[in-house]
Design a protein around this ligand. Structure first.
Ligand SMILES: [Zn+2]
Length: 271
């Protein structure tokens, strides 16, 4: 199989964007745009521009800081504020992504060191994890619903189709996601459409996904390295995947990359 050019990850990112939806600081090797490593929406804003809107910026910073430190309870305060300031399918979608991570975190925090017979906190953590998981699904459905309403009223546009696609994709509604991807490809032939195609094809384990990954890497999109690592992991190329993830994590604090790396290390310990 072809290899991906990894030289880019040896350099420092050229730009630091600030995700206007989740407050994450997004390193990019492309000077015009990037894709947020947390919510995956397109980003092109600089922090100093968003600082001109103090209330919005403050809520965004609380959310972004909480996400980067995995302090989900703190982050949620910023998210709740943002949902009141900015009603949009993008915000509903970000809430979906957020509650999904929060749910995983609660579920992973079970502790089996407690003595049998005691009412341990596990039951509470599991219950909270399940509630957050359903909250996440609810927010993705809400995002799809409001994107649909806007698309019907204003016609097709790239951003709304992308957020609808991402929500369907996260809900694993692949038939709908495929339909939306087709519409997205009709209105966009740029990075957004390539990114969505990469997500779709990589989940379908299509070999063609490498072409999309490569295109994105050539555009300087950092997230593509995570998908490349995942792609070669499924081919059993664990050492190379590990070295890419270590390099990627030195640039960006991406939770999915961390858990993939952890998964690879656990497998290698067993083998
Ligand atoms: Zn984001």
């Amino acid at each position: 199989m072809d290899k991906l050019n990894q030289r880019i990850l040896k350099k420092d990112p050229q730009h630091m964007f600030f995700c206007e939806f989740c407050g994450s600081k997004v390193p990019s090797y492309n000077q015009d745009f990037g894709f947020c490593y947390f919510c995956e929406l397109g980003v092109s804003s600089l922090e100093e521009v968003l600082q001109r809107y103090p209330d919005f910026y403050s809520a965004l910073s609380i959310l972004g800081k909480g996400i980067s430190e995995a302090k989900w309870g703190n982050a949620e305060k910023g998210l709740q504020k943002l949902l009141t300031i900015r009603e949009s399918p993008e915000m509903d979608y970000v809430a979906g992504v957020f509650y999904n991570h929060y749910s995983d975190y609660m579920y992973a925090n079970r502790d089996y060191q407690y003595l049998a017979g005691f009412r341990e906190p596990n039951a509470d953590n599991i219950k909270a994890g399940i509630e957050l998981f359903y909250k996440s699904k609810e927010m993705f459905y809400k995002a799809i619903d409001s994107a649909n309403r806007i698309l019907q009223a204003n016609g097709h546009d790239e951003q709304r189709l992308f957020v609808k696609f991402l929500s369907e994709f996260r809900l694993k509604r692949m038939v709908d996601a495929r339909q939306t991807l087709k519409l997205l490809n009709e209105v966009s032939n740029g990075a957004t459409s390539v990114y969505a195609s990469m997500l779709y094809s990589s989940t379908m384990h299509s070999k063609g996904s490498f072409t999309f990954i490569k295109q994105l890497t050539d555009m300087g999109i950092v997230n593509s390295f995570y998908y490349y690592a995942r792609f070669i992991t499924s081919d059993g190329n664990l050492n190379e995947a590990k070295s890419i993830l270590v390099r990627l994590l030195s640039k960006v604090n991406m939770p999915r990359a961390k858990s993939l790396l952890q998964g690879i290390q656990e497998v290698q310990e067993i083998l």
